[in-house]
Structures are given as structure tokens and as C-alpha cells.
Design a protein around this ligand. Structure first.
Ligand SMILES: C[S@@+](CC[C@H](N)C(=O)[O-])C[C@H]1O[C@@H](n2cnc3c(N)ncnc32)[C@H](O)[C@@H]1O
Length: 209
């Protein structure tokens, strides 16, 4: 890492160097369901904090043109390699970038963030809000957040979570976005060691008007 390495990169790059590539390569069920519900025409999508790219690759295989961004060089390289192996190389552009320092150029018909959480002190709500500003007219912001602490998560087990509506307000999207969906749902989840637990998600969908 160089002198310009950011604190997010210092945290997440070693994480991805240690973690198995197989972890996080499936699309997040909540995101896939939210996109299916919108029955929108595939166009340009921006994935914030793509990790191993399960969502980006799923969207690409459903005809979206995806720009997938992550601060980890290792994660991004794996997304590119998996896309090329799956003949989706032309549909996925994976970029290593600290989103606290800037965003790719828009516009996008879909901006989404799946579990874009980090223990590093960044203003992630402002990042998502700025990314929503890249939406084309009628484009959708889709965000899926944790709304409970899984036993295997790094967070404080007694942590409280904002509601889906509060989270949309925190994104500071303001006028120009119509709330389509803001709800908390529960699901059975598997942790990295195969442990299972019930966890809650906040699912937020808003549309540029
Ligand atoms: C909890 S993981 C979620 C990964 C993926 N979206 C998923 O659902 O599996 C958060 C992701 O955000 C990325 N990330 C954290 N801070 C970032 C930043 N400042 N800029 C870009 N990516 C960041 C991490 O590297 C990590 O891949």
C-alpha cells in the first residue's frame, strides 16, 4: 500500500486477501427480489461497495451494463476475472476506488448498495446520497442495509438501527426522489462459518422523478 492508501483500503484490502473468493459471490436475495419487482428495462447500473461482485455479476447476466466499485484491489480483480470467465467481461467494469473520495461519472438507471457498511469512519449515507444524484430521470436507487446485528458481525450486538424511512432521509436525497419502498424484512442467514441466524434487512427503493 502506498502513502495515499486510505483508511478504508487499509481495512478492506487485508480482509479480502484473507477471505475465500467463494464468500459473497451469489447475488443478495433481497436485492435480486427488489430489482425483479421493479420490472425495469436493463440499462446502466452502479454498484457501491461491490465486494466479490455477486450482485454485479447477477445484474450483468440479466443484461445490465454494470459499473462495480470497491475500495479493495483484490475484490475488484476477482470481479473482473469472474466476469471474464463467465463471458460477462463486456458488461461489467470493476473499478478500485475509495467512494469517500469520488464517484464514477453517471448517469445510471440504477444505483444500488447492498450492505454498504464499514467500521471505518466515512459518511456512507452522504456517499449513497451523492450517488443517487447520478440517477437518470426515472432511475432507481435500491439500498439493502442490515437492520439487526448478526452474531458473526463486527458491530455492537446491542446496536440499534434506523428504520428504512429514517435511512432514506439520512441519504439526504430530498426532493426529486419518490419513495417506492421502505421496509424491514427478516430472513434466515448463514455466516462465514456456516452458522445460521434470523437477521433483519432494511430495504429501500426510491425513484428519480
Ligand atoms: C459489507 S461489504 C458488502 C459487499 C457486497 N456489497 C455484498 O453485499 O456482499 C462492504 C463493501 O464495501 C466496500 N467499501 C467499504 N468502504 C468503501 C469505500 N470507502 N469505498 C469503496 N468501497 C468501500 C468494502 O470493501 C466491502 O466490499
Amino acid at each position: 500500500m502506498s502513502a495515499t492508501t486510505t483508511s478504508s483500503e487499509r481495512f478492506w484490502e487485508p480482509h479480502y486477501q484473507k477471505v475465500e473468493q467463494s464468500w459473497g459471490t451469489r447475488p443478495n436475495a433481497a436485492l435480486a427480489a427488489a430489482i425483479d419487482d421493479l420490472s425495469t428495462v436493463p440499462a446502466r447500473a452502479l454498484d457501491l461497495g461491490c465486494g466479490h461482485g455477486g450482485d454485479a455479476l447477477w445484474l450483468a447476466s440479466n443484461d445490465w451494463q454494470v459499473t462495480a466499485v470497491d475500495v479493495s484491489t483484490t475484490a475488484v480483480a476477482r470481479v473482473t476475472e469472474t466476469a471474464q470467465r463467465g463471458e460477462l467481461g463486456k458488461r461489467v467494469t470493476a473499478i478500485q476506488q475509495d467512494l469517500a473520495n469520488g464517484l464514477p461519472s453517471g448517469p445510471f438507471e440504477l444505483v444500488y448498495a447492498s450492505y454498504f457498511h464499514t467500521p471505518v469512519a466515512i459518511d456512507r449515507d452522504a456517499i449513497i446520497g451523492r450517488a443517487a444524484g447520478l440517477l437518470a430521470p426515472h432511475g432507481f436507487l435500491v439500498a439493502v442495509d442490515h437492520a439487526s446485528s448478526a452474531p458473526w458481525s463486527w458491530g455492537d450486538p446491542n446496536q440499534t438501527f434506523p428504520s428504512a424511512h429514517e435511512t432514506l432521509t439520512r441519504f439526504g436525497c430530498g426532493e426529486g426522489l419518490r419513495v417506492v419502498r421502505a421496509e424491514t424484512t427478516w430472513r434466515e442467514a448463514a455466516g462465514p462459518g456456516g452458522q445460521r441466524a434470523k437477521v433483519a434487512d432494511n430495504i429501500m427503493v426510491a425513484q428519480r422523478v
